[in-house]
Design a protein around this ligand. Structure first.
Ligand SMILES: CC(C)(COP(=O)(O)OP(=O)(O)OC[C@H]1O[C@@H](n2cnc3c(N)ncnc32)[C@H](O)[C@@H]1OP(=O)(O)O)[C@@H](O)C(=O)NCCC(=O)NCCS
Length: 377
């Protein structure tokens, strides 16, 4: 039935809200957080914690604000015993994103600020979520392997803590630095699908945990955050660099999408891929494992050449995480432990200036059907 406004498949280019948090400049290939270009944040040596503060408060923290905020995250990493018990109770082969989604929802039940919807309480909830999401991911991974979760060390940065909680060992200086950059690069991306779903949930004035649970479920899909895991599966399946070109050619001929390529907004290089390409190379060299980076480069050149598609954030993060020894099934959960910063920034912004998000559908179904009682059909 005729809609009052034009339908755009996938809401492409539809502007759904105003926001001060993040600008994705698809034409120029720039990504800006609260006015700061990600290249400047990365090259200037920002910490992930600093970027979270920036996203939430719209300004860079002072030295003492940053110390206080970093400490607030570092000291709240432990999970309530009930959530740990939940992680112990789930099937060992459960999908890590499904476990994360359910655990985030579970976490909300034990949040001391549950039911308090003030800005201060929501910032405290968001801080706990930033602190505890990595603990959910690392604890479940250890439990799955028959190991005990590791007590968090409050002296570590978010980047270092992830590896410590996963393996019981602090990462090398390079791994900490590279992972910190990856966390910054994944922190926010305007109205990507998961952030949009978080805002839709928050727009009903539902609580922060409900909004983040929606977002985790949305991130899981292979067209969104799930792509980084699929990229690594593809590299492992190809296995031999000399076969990469043919493999991609066959996939394209079969109308298959190549994971880690293409973007709804960028028409140029994804600025996040610029850093991740470099870090993936370095990570591969340091691990004595350049095969995956080299294969990625061959694939990138071929896809660009044959389809004009650029690598996106998920392409080189896959080989970088792999070179760091991170299990493939944790790649998408890692995306979530970074994006929680952007999700919560958007939820806070939604609450600040809320209006229910409720679009229309263009009705293309039948009309004027005549009801016939069941006994007469
Ligand atoms: C990101 C993505 C979902 C954007 O989707 P979109 O804006 O809806 O674009 P479409 O899927 O409509 O793609 C437009 C065209 O480019 C092609 N295309 C887009 N991405 C492609 C890819 N990764 N491999 C092969 N072809 C691709 C589509 O087949 C389509 O071609 P057609 O017009 O001949 O049918 C899409 O590029 C994709 O599926 N990429 C792979 C998954 C991925 O890496 N996701 C992470 C995003 S950060």
């Amino acid at each position: 039935m005729a809609a009052e406004t034009t339908f755009k498949a996938g809401l492409e280019d539809v502007v759904a809200n105003t926001s001060e948090i993040c600008f994705v400049d698809g034409k120029e290939g720039r990504l800006i957080y609260q006015g700061y270009d990600i290249h400047d944040l990365v090259n200037g040596g920002a910490s992930f914690e600093e970027v979270i503060f920036l996203l939430w408060h719209g300004k860079l923290p002072s030295k003492s604000e940053l110390e206080t905020f970093t400490k607030a995250i570092a000291t709240q990493r432990e999970l309530p015993e009930a959530v740990l018990n939940f992680l112990r109770s789930v099937p060992k082969d459960a999908n890590a994103m499904e476990v994360l989604r359910t655990a985030v929802s579970d976490l909300g039940l034990y949040d001391p600020d549950n039911g308090d919807e003030s800005l201060e309480a929501n910032i405290r909830k968001a801080t706990r979520l930033v602190a505890q999401l990595p603990t959910i991911v690392t604890s479940f991974e250890r439990i799955r392997q028959g190991l005990e979760p590791i007590q968090p060390d409050a002296s570590l940065s978010s980047a270092a803590s992830f590896f410590y909680q996963l393996r019981g060992e602090k990462p090398s200086e390079f791994v900490e630095r590279a992972f910190n950059i990856a966390l910054i690069l994944h922190a926010d991306h305007e109205l990507n699908a998961s952030t949009f779903s978080a805002r839709v949930t928050a727009g009903t004035l539902s609580d922060m945990y409900s909004a983040i649970t929606s977002a985790v479920g949305t991130l899981k899909g292979p067209l969104h955050g799930g792509a980084n895991e699929q990229v690594m599966k593809m590299l492992l399946e190809i296995d031999d660099e000399s076969k990469a070109q043919q493999w991609i050619a066959d996939a394209l001929a079969n109308k298959r999408k190549i994971m880690g390529f293409g973007h709804r907004v960028y028409r140029t290089e994804d600025p996040r891929a610029t850093h991740l390409r470099k870090l993936s190379k370095e990570a591969g060299e340091l691990a004595g494992q350049t095969k995956w980076f080299n294969m990625s480069q061959t694939i990138e050149a071929y896809v660009k050449d044959s389809k004009g598609l650029n690598a996106n954030v998920d392409f080189y993060s896959a080989s970088m995480y792999y070179a760091m020894g991170i299990p493939t099934h944790l790649f998408t959960p890692i995306f979530a432990i970074s994006r929680i910063s952007g999700w919560s920034a958007h939820v806070l912004e939604q609450y600040r200036n809320n209006r229910l998000i409720r679009p229309r559908a263009e009705y293309v179904g039948k009309v004027d059907q005549k009801y016939i009682p069941v006994n007469e059909r």
